[in-house]
Design a protein around this ligand. Structure first.
Ligand code: CA
Length: 238
């Protein structure tokens, strides 16, 4: 998969320009439209990963756009609001927004909110990924993976894995005992393997182990094979 794509729906050029610049700097692929109907058209033809939606648009309100889009998609969505009364509506009505930001806002605040929403929704991603969220649960010894929920449990407790930690654990558990090199793990799990480094895999293995150790200090089913990579030790064979 390539960059995450964001659709910005905003009719004020200066705000739109600031948004485009800061989101592109953050590595997103950005598309911009100025009207609600433009947003719905764009949405039908391409599937962005995230929507930033101004409430006050020239042809319809952002709320109406949201309602249309919610009929066909669960895309994560953030409203830009200009007035207190609009904020009340976002908060008060269940419009299916994931968050809102009131104008004037700092681009940094906005991108932080977007990242936070994406982290939340990654546990239930709207689109199929390489190591996707489908498939049956897998239990090996003390660990159970629930792919539908992007959840891994150890002794019944949620390990709260990030998306890549989960992806690696899933690869390991689907082939217990098999040794994977860092390159193989990157290809199987990462969205942009060419941009990832060997130490990225190592860092995620480290945090995965740390989360397992929170449940049991002695439990280390992920084995390091020096100079090669990693594997998952089937229970009872260690
Ligand atoms: Ca506006």
């Amino acid at each position: 998969m390539s960059k995450l794509s964001v659709l910005i729906v905003e009719d004020e050029p200066t705000i739109a320009e600031t948004l485009i610049y800061s989101l592109e700097t953050e590595g997103f692929a950005v598309t911009h439209v100025e009207t609600g109907s433009g947003a719905i058209d764009h949405f039908r033809n391409s599937k962005p990963d995230f929507l930033v939606l101004d409430v006050g648009l020239p042809d319809m309100t952002g709320f109406e756009v949201c309602r249309e889009i919610r009929k066909i998609s669960e895309i994560p969505l953030l409203f830009l609001t200009a007035r207190e009364s609009e904020i009340d509506r976002v908060v008060g009505l269940e419009l299916g927004a994931d968050d809102y930001v009131a104008k004037p806002f700092s681009p940094r605040e906005l991108t932080a909110r977007i990242h936070a929403i994406l982290r939340r929704t990654w546990r239930n991603p709207p689109h199929t990924e390489k190591v996707d969220g489908c498939g049956s649960d897998i239990t090996l010894g003390r660990i159970t993976l629930i792919p539908d929920r992007y959840e891994a449990q150890c002794d019944g407790e949620d390990l709260q894995l990030s998306r890549y930690e989960f992806g690696m654990l899933r690869v390991f558990m689907e082939h217990p005992g098999r040794v994977y090199t860092r390159d193989q793990l990157m290809d199987l799990v990462w969205d942009e393997p060419e941009a990832a480094l060997d130490r990225t895999v190592d860092a995620h293995i480290k945090t995965l182990r740390k989360k397992l150790h929170r449940i049991d200090q002695e439990f280390d089913p992920v084995k390091t094979h020096r100079g090669i990579g990693y594997s998952f030790s089937p229970p009872g064979s260690a």
